[in-house]
Design a protein around this ligand. Sequence first.
Ligand code: PPY
Length: 494
Amino acid sequence: MPSLLEIAEHNTHDDCWVVIHGKAYDVTGFLDEHPGGSAIIMKFAGKDATKKFDPIHPPDTLDKFLSPECYMGEVEDEAEEEEEEELTEEELARAEMVTRKPSLDAIYNLTDFEHVARHTMDPTAWAYYSSGSDDEITMRENRNAYQRIFFRPRIMVDVSKIDMSTTMLGCKTSVPFYITATALGKLGHPDGETVLTRAAGKEGVIQMIPTLASCAFDEIVDAADGTQTQWFQLYVNADRAVCRKLVEHAEARGVRGLFITVDAPQLGRREKDMRSKHFEETTDVQQEEEEEEKIDRLQGAARAISSFIDTSLSWKDVAWFRSITKMPILLKGVQSVDDALLAAEHGCDGIVLSNHGGRQLEFAPSAIEILTEVMPALRARGVDTNKFQVYVDGGVRRGSDIIKAICLGAKGVGLGRLFLYAMSTYGEQGVRKAINILQDEIEMNMRLLGVTSIAQLSEKYVDVLGLKNGRGVPEDYLFREVYQPMALPRFKSK
Ligand code: PPY
């Protein structure tokens, strides 16, 4: 039983112990293998790393990566009071905002959740969830694009009963939207993705489980009510044996769809995330580092853990996935007509048109815009779009957005960040409220549009003329801040 004092002595690169959940581990041999780099572990050398470890690692991580000899025993004097860290002014201000958080009754729309999240969430978590790539032009365009589509409403239709239930990949769902995969749920809530699972189960909404969840995959499946539908999002690991294991396990546990992420051979530059990470790391006491570790520190939460993703993934791999699973296979992150057609040709069961919430290729088009090109192209090729299903995500904030996407041919619409914000601010009740708000908005808008079922929604209800032509020049916020306006000649003084 090592004591805290004893553990504190193991604080160098050649002899490094850390404490996680009251247990000491010798991680010296693992330092250079850590996907997030060794610098972050070294920050906790000889100390308790639990708080930092938990949001980023599923509970089974230690068993998976450390051999039994690395376990050095329970910490002897663990029960001792942790030293109270002094809060900075910023942290105090945020803590005050948490006590002044609006009640859930004061939340009227999904953007309200985002507002509360921005002011109450841990800044690193907020930076990770909210960031987009580069100048965040695609991230904002995702939202703007929906606002360039108008409705063509019909009147004098009996709209006393509205049914918004539908099917996705053959599974019934109460709403035309789903909770899409987002990583690191415990950054926002101590129970992580299981909060989303429970809310989804109670409201009859499908949840896509992320590869990079903070909770273990089995915890998320176990949190389901036994009848609800769950899908699995896969980051393709360069080690195909790892992929096979994940996919086979997901199928065995009753997952009903495999969504392979294809838009992230390298992680985009999310500068808010990178900056917050950099700030956090550099506020600490100066420590000696190797050059390589300095690079780690600049990466941000996402980039630091993305090294396992296979950059060689290509069309030939689809057949291999087909050979290892009977689940429907969909590619998530398709951004062009040509790739949509190729996905159909390669026997996929569908695609998600997505630019990863504006977190990957800056200047990638919005999914809703590409949808207007993809659906006619698929039909022209004779693809049966009830069998080859098209989903979209990115920029969705309102029930009207969802209706627009369904009108344009999407089978379902994914929301990621917004459910994270609802979860981070108000937990399960918040997520349920977010779902209910969308349901109310969809019901009202279907009624005002003159339709009573999802099947009736079609292109004839939307005007997309402004979609392509109305992009305009996006606001360049960083540039605006630093731009020094040009000057005109000055008149001589009197
Ligand atoms: C994202 O942050 O956009 C993700 O999809 C999650 C992620 C996080 C870290 C590495 C790769 C992907």
